[in-house]
Design a protein around this ligand. Sequence first.
Ligand SMILES: [Zn+2]
Length: 347
Amino acid sequence: MRGERAVVATIAGAIVVPAGEKRRTVYDAGQGRDLPGKLVRGEGDPATHDAAVDEAYDGAGKTYDFYQKVYARNSIDDRGLRLDSTVHYGVGFDNAQWNGRQMIYGDGDGKLFQRFTKCLEIIGHELTHGVTQYTAALAYSDQPGALNEHFSDVFGILVKQYSLKQTAGKSDWLIGAGLFTKRVHGAAVRSMKAPGTAYDDPLLGKDPQPAHMRSYKRTRSDNGGVHINNGIPNHAFYLAATRLGGKAWEVAGRIWYAALTAKLSSRAQFGDCADATFEAAGNLFGIGSAPQHAVADAWKAVGVPVSATVLAGEPRLTLREVALQPASATQLPAEPRARRSRRRRIS
Ligand SMILES: [Zn+2]
């Protein structure tokens, strides 16, 4: 994995394209597991009439456009990194993932899951794992891992809302809407509006997501419940965005983007995210502004209040600044680069 990461850094450093130029390639694994597979569509090529190929291509384009137009970010690394996707991965593969270099999409087993490229918020979710990798580099376990999943859900749903020109009040706030087959009793994989209610099915069981810190799930599975406990910060984002109203990517999204790209570090806990978004809201929209109040109230409502010193507006070192101080001065160990899991499950 270290070797792979070195290659990623080299490629990103060598190929810098002008801002606003998107480059996409889609490969077909032909139900095999060799990556990347056969090149089937490059940037500017016409549609292939293979739904998975064209959805992966279009979804990567919509995600690129969202980050570029809304946050002036040039691809996931902000340096024009090419967006590679492999579709038809494996046989009946029930997942989508970002493997540190590219997106991988399964066709689903057809019994429970349909093909994973069907949902734009899933494509936005996977690509955002790449953005996180190049910014806060949140470790993929426990609370930092749940925050990693949280930011992917936030920007996944915002890509969809932006694409539909949909206000916070009109969104379904569902991740993986329409992904299940008709046999499954469920609307989606996760709900940001009502965590724990996305599905309730004899085969899949009930959606295990909590919406409040009192129900935080301590578990060793799922890397410490990264796809479970992200319901808590997800719901905080939903509360802030719907209270503010309008287009969620313009205010709440901008606040969360600043926290992810400029404030949080790899070991951030939920409370750090509450503090970071509160501070970012103050920086962007003013101390005591409506967005800042909405952010504070949202985190309080899910049982993760902004810390008293930050609420009082006292200067506080961000995690990233703390990590740059000598260990003796801060009594914190030096921050290692985040270890990243190879697998990023949507489920
Ligand atoms: Zn994920």
